[in-house]
Design a binder for this molecule. Sequence first.
Ligand code: ACO
Length: 429
Amino acid sequence: MSDNIATLEIKGEKYEFPLIHGTENETAIDIKSLRGSTGGIITIDPGYKNTGSCESAITFLNGEKGILRYRGYAIEALAEKADFLEVAYLLIFGELPTSEQLTKFYKDIKAQSVVDDDVKKILDAFPKSAHPMGVLASLTNALTAFNPSSVNVDSEEDMYKAIVKILGKFPVLVAWTMRKKRGLPLDYGDSSLGYVENVLKMMFKQPNEEYKLNPIIVNALDKLLILHADHEQNCSTSTVRIVGSSHAGLFASLAAGISALWGPLHGGANQAVLEMLEAIKEDGGDTKKYMAKAKDKDDPFRLMGFGHRVYKNFDPRATIIKKAADEVLGDLGVEDPILDIAKGLEKEALEDSYFVDRKLYPNVDFYSGIIYRAMGIPTEMFTVMFALGRLPGWIAQWREMRLRKEPIGRPRQVYIGENHREFKNIADR
Ligand code: ACO
């Protein structure tokens, strides 16, 4: 029996399946032939905790060791030495760009950064109270209507054009979503600025004054976007891949990913952190009371922004972003009771044996919420900022899925409903 074979015995019958190995020694049982060879038996795994949906060469993470790498490069090195567009290029095309490639990439993105003026009519139709994530998903889908030519994925050139188009237009949609909420006139930024600088200007420029860029804020946002750029087969990324697997277009696949990211169990967690801090403030700001609630097993309250499903020792992204959060808070000198509560909770939790013993550390969402708040970004926009960062990852995963010619995603089920029954006429029911 080879080391590379898994044997499954069902009712005395033995079936063999090959083992496949990733480059980081991960092992999977390849069950592609299971249903065919067993006459219809399938596996079931709700939540896909044991199921690999694809082979991917984009992101590697190891939750136990706190490792996160994009295309083999450590997140720590990328956050320190690269900027967001370089990381986007790396994720999408697989290699760090040369300076010519990066210059061309940004030039091509800028050339696509104007959105059809009629998109404003759609935005205007939303009430101010609409959640920005719903608005962003709708506008991203609507872009398909304004750019109807479908992408020929067999042409690298066509694929490239679609990619720079969405990278150019998406920040405009993000900024307009926030400006609409704030009642500010819709505007474009300044194509002489860098990608991240331009995003900030598009979001914050007041109609009657110059917008001054703060390098500490630019640096913090750049890092936040890099840290959120990809996280392998999470809920929204899997959504993008599965929608794209039906050969729906890139923009439609991304719009579906935005909807998946919206949920509080996924990208919505950063909003939940701030809502928790606000609730604590409303209740008098007693952090000790909430620490006690978090530790009380009879109380469902959990300290939002602490702990992580995958990272069980530390979240490498949180280590990087904590420094940026300290810099932003120090530089802006913000006086904000909410941020004082956050600092208080962080300190208490890091010294408390309940949190220390369970290895519950602040996660990336804890610090991203704090930074966004200090920057003056409304709480409801936090997940939109996450989407802006995740965009290159979604694109990279969609591109990989199409280039690998993956089949349409179509899981099976175990039916547990009624067996065949005779139809009863309405008078007889
Ligand atoms: N506050 C208080 N206790 C906690 C917390 C928390 N935030 N997180 C975990 N615990 C406790 C659990 O009660 C459990 O205690 P026990 O061993 O005495 O029963 C122990 O720590 C282990 O927790 P699990 O629930 O097994 O951890 P799991 O991996 O299932 O959950 C999760 C991870 C969902 C992130 C959890 O830590 C949590 O709810 N955190 C708050 C929400 C949050 O911040 N989510 C964002 C995650 S980051 C992201 O999505 C990008």
